[in-house]
Design a binder for this molecule. Structure first.
Ligand SMILES: [Zn+2]
Length: 431
């Protein structure tokens, strides 16, 4: 019996000869060691200060000076979308479950170890997560919002399967309870119109204050947070006053200095989602409908300006790529970190927004987001320093390995590792 317990225990893994970027914003540490036991980090710091106990099996992984950082956290994805040019996600349910699984794995293989899905499809994402949690498939850590709760509008027809229509306080209450029954980790509310709905007016307020407020209160009873999709300033203001935790997009936030101040004061996160616009502006848009191209181009400067103003005022910023939208592919989420940098965030700050600050936005910061003693061993290893060029985060040639819970979840095809540390169906990086 005793022997069996010993066998079941994971050996200690020591990541040697690395430059440590801890995700908390501290200066990188060269010649560092990170030690992991049973999926938890037990040491992170200078190699020479590490003192392993002598009677323990150690698997040493020598990375020859490569960079070790926390697995990235993307606070805004749609696993039900694959970057379809017309933003039409719909397929039959069987295909959709596989599509969600495939997209989830693309995130993990690109070093996104945690995704927050803000609009799933027919509750299929819950089944996918269950199969991942059961160990049938390797996949990222998933925080799920279930359906996008919305007022009556045409988006509900276009994204049939993603929306839950609710009008008035009573229906919103019912919708929130339904979502919680389905197993959500948080609630997503469409507080304003959308860019990716043909007749959607992004600046228009959808939910009234009372409707947002009741969602926040009901969610809080169950310990759940609320993410507000909000472009227009009136909607953002109402959402912030009603107590939501994150503002998604926040496109016209720059129009309300009072709202920016209030977000900073309350610690409401802005998730700027610059990628949908940049993907279409820079991509091959021959198959993207004109209404999508026009609206994304029209709103992009405002989105960047809002990010800059929020930054100046000290609003906490968390990375969210909105992956799944037209030409905005899962596995390329790291681009968002680069766009945040281009819009005015310092490289280290943009990286922190994708690690420890993102973990905070999710409320999972006690276990995720940094490489520190006691944290979960979600780890990304890169061949070159991402702080010199954040596009390296998404360069499939430079991603060396991805660890989830201390297990190797994705590896470079030419690298070999001891079997004991492989996740059940270890992926290839950048698949
Ligand atoms: Zn979205």
């Amino acid at each position: 019996m005793f022997l069996r317990i010993l066998q079941d225990m994971d050996a200690l893994i020591a990541f040697q000869n690395i430059t440590l970027i801890d995700g908390a914003g501290r200066e990188p540490v060269a010649n560092a060691t990170v030690a992991v036991r049973d999926g938890k980090i037990i040491y992170a710091g200078k190699a020479k200060k590490w003192q392993p106990s002598h009677n323990e099996d150690i698997i040493n992984l020598d990375y020859g000076g490569k960079y070790l950082l926390p697995g990235l956290i993307d606070c805004h994805v749609h696993l039900s979308g694959s970057g379809e040019p017309d933003s039409q996600f719909k397929v039959d349910d069987g295909s959709m479950a596989l599509k969600i699984l495939s997209n989830a794995r693309k995130n993990l293989a690109a070093g996104i170890t945690t995704v927050r899905d803000l609009g799933g499809w027919n509750e299929l994402e819950f089944a996918v997560r269950r199969w991942i949690q059961r160990g049938e498939f390797t996949g990222p850590r998933m925080m799920l919002a279930g359906r996008f709760i919305s007022i009556t509008e045409s988006g509900a027809d276009y994204y049939e399967g993603m929306y839950r229509v609710a009008d008035g306080v009573e229906q919103v209450l019912k919708a929130v309870r339904e979502q919680i029954k389905n197993g959500v980790d948080l609630i997503k509310l469409g507080v304003t119109g959308a860019v990716l709905v043909e007749d959607g007016v992004p600046g228009a307020t959808h939910f009234n204050f009372d409707e947002v407020r009741v969602a926040v209160e009901e969610a809080a009873k169950f310990g759940k947070r609320v993410a507000a999709h909000a472009h227009g300033i009136d909607g953002i203001r109402k959402a912030v006053q009603a107590g939501v935790h994150t503002i998604e997009h926040g496109t016209f936030l720059h129009q309300g200095p009072d709202v920016i101040e209030e977000m900073a004061r309350r610690g409401v996160f802005l998730v700027p989602t610059l990628s949908p616009g940049m993907a279409v502006i820079n991509g091959d848009r021959s198959k993207v409908p004109a209404w999508i191209v026009d609206k994304l181009i029209e709103t992009q400067d405002a989105a960047k300006e809002s990010l800059r103003r929020a930054l100046e005022a000290g609003v906490p910023i968390a990375m969210g790529s909105d992956a799944g939208t037209p030409l905005n592919y899962h596995g390329e989420n790291g681009q968002e970190v680069h766009w945040m940098n281009e819009a005015g965030m310092k490289p280290m700050d943009a990286l922190v927004s994708s690690t420890s600050r993102a973990a905070k936005a999710l409320g999972w910061d006690s276990r995720l987001g940094t490489i520190e003693e006691g944290k979960t061993a979600d780890i990304l290893i890169l061949d070159e320093n991402p702080l010199e060029d954040l596009r390296r985060l998404t360069d499939k040639k430079l991603i060396r390995a991805v660890f989830l819970d201390g297990k190797l979840a994705a590896r470079h095809p030419t690298d070999s590792y001891p079997k004991a540390i492989l996740a059940k169906d270890c992926l290839q990086v950048g698949m």
